[in-house]
Design a protein around this ligand. Structure first.
Ligand code: R1P
Ligand code: URA
Length: 234
């Protein structure tokens, strides 16, 4: 047990999928895993461990925003020795070519800051994904025929953004979508030599204003979960 995770040592698999939403973790575990068991519910942050095609997997909520994800990922790596960590999140589309329900595989993330910012001082560290996971995920998405984009994303600190000028610069510089966790996930994975990737489903669009309801964000992102599982065990 850790301060924020009630699971016993050994209850967490080496491969962990990380949705922001704990109820997406529950839905994904019940939908895709065999023998899924609840291993954490401290503060309502649900985590489940089960089997997928003979492979042991944990699906654990990260909460919203990098400070929350940082707590769970630090403990999952340092206390439970998680080795592969894949975020399965929603994001806002930022380019015309990206449509709602499309999948984005995030190669690199741009941020204003992360919880790790302090250690870098004047350095602008570039958080990037694991190449093998990206390669596997792209081929899994292609095989499923899921519309998929590969490229940079923006990991923001706020959902209700008062800086539309920043979004304009992101779009102008080719950023595909905005979410709130991947930069810290990639930074921690780099620090502890783990594999990380963010597989994202576009839930709304900053340019068109289109948006999916919260029930869809909790439950309708099956392609993203399967792509993440295929990528982890390819
Ligand atoms: O759907 P999740 O995984 O929570 O991800 C996105 O949704 C939340 C905001 O609604 C933020 O956590 C953002 O990163
Ligand atoms: O962080 C997020 C997630 C989904 N949609 C957004 O616009 N922002």
């Amino acid at each position: 047990m850790t301060v924020h995770i009630g699971a016993k040592l050994g209850d967490i698999a080496e491969t962990v999928l990380l949705p922001g939403d704990p109820y997406r973790a529950k839905w994904a575990a019940e939908t895709f895993l065999e023998d899924a068991k609840l291993v954490n519910e401290v503060r309502g942050m649900l985590g489940f461990t089960g089997m997928w095609k003979g492979n042991r997997v944990t699906i654990h909520g990260s909460g919203m925003g990098m400070p929350s994800l940082s707590i769970y990922v630090n403990e999952l790596i340092k206390d439970y020795d998680a080795k592969t960590l894949i975020r399965i999140g929603s994001c806002g589309g930022m380019r015309d070519k990206v449509a709602v329900r499309d999948v984005i595989l995030a190669t690199a993330t741009t941020t204003l800051s992360t919880p790790s910012r302090g250690i870098f001082k004047e350095l602008q560290f570039a958080p990037t994904c694991d190449w093998d996971l990206l390669h596997n995920a792209f081929h899994a998405a292609e095989a499923k025929g899921v519309p998929t984009h590969v490229g940079g994303i923006y990991s923001a600190d706020v959902f209700y953004d008062e800086r539309p000028d920043l979004n304009e610069q992101m779009t102008r510089h080719g950023i595909l979508g905005v979410e709130m966790e991947a930069a810290e996930l990639y930074t921690l994975a780099a620090r502890y030599n783990r594999r990380a990737l963010a597989v994202l489903t576009v839930s709304d669009h900053l340019l068109t204003g289109e948006a999916l309801p919260s029930e869809d964000r909790e439950r309708s992102f099956g392609d993203m979960v399967e792509i993440a599982l295929e990528a982890a065990f390819a």
